[in-house]
Every structure is written in C-alpha cells, then in structure tokens.
Design a protein. Sequence first.
Length: 169
Amino acid sequence: MKVRQFAMRAVCAVAVAAAATMGAASAASAETVPLPTFWPYSPINLTLGQNAWCNGIVDSGIETDPAKPGFVTAVLSSRGMHGVGPEWAQNPHCKVTWVFRADNGLFSKTPPMAIRTEFGEQPESVRKEFWVGSGFTGFTIGATFLDPETQQLIPQVSYLGGFAFAIVP
C-alpha cells in the first residue's frame, strides 16, 4: 500500500512541476521575439532621406509573436540621422518611406507595403505589424525612390537594403 501512495505522490509531483514549467514557458512566449533569419545581404540600410540631405544608418529586423501565427513585425532602428544647413536646424527630422515586401521565393505573398518614419538625431525604433502567412518567406526592407502606395517619385534612397529569409510560424 505504501508503494502505491509513494508512486501516486511522485506522479502528482511530476505533473505539478510539468504544468508549472509549461505555464511559465507559455507566459514567456507571449512577447514578440526576433525571428531567426538568414541575411544574404546586410540588415543595415545606409539611408538618404527627404529633408536637408539627411542621412544615417538604419538597421532592419523581423520579429514574430508565437501567439499570432502568420504575422511578422518589421523593425526599423535608426542609429541617429544627421542633416545639413538651415533646413535641418529648423526641422531635425529625417522623413523616409520604407518599402516592406514578403515573398515565397517565386511569387509575392504580399503587395509592397509602406512604413513611414521620421527619425531624429537620437537612436529610435519603429515597429509595424504585417500579415504574411506561415511558411518559408523572403523579406525585403529598403527605401526606394518610388512610393509603394501612390507610385510618386520621392527624393530618398537606401543602399544595402535589408533582404532576409525566414520560416514564419
């Protein structure tokens, strides 16, 4: 009889420990986390913006939330933008329209979408969530001279635009 009681207590203790561990793991995974990505080109964007020849370095990244399958968050982190002349002294913000695109290697999963930013002289980040679907996905993030929504020319460009591959949950 004592062996059965000991075994039942041991099984119950293991079950409680497993439940506590799983509960802690699920609570911790509710936050967005960086998506493991392969960057064949650098995630660094050398950027020339729309105000007073403003320029700087912007890092791009992709994050995901395990609670939202198929969604990714594009992250643009400025290291600080700088401009020249009285225009910059009057308005020290560098306006840049970024293009975000997701594809599966052959066909586009989403149309090109815009991320509009205004970075100042201090480092800061902008996040925007997109639905791209689950599975193998290629991502492109960069500033181009053509607005993806209005198809108008804008005076900006980025060199070494971010391009990555990842598997979206």
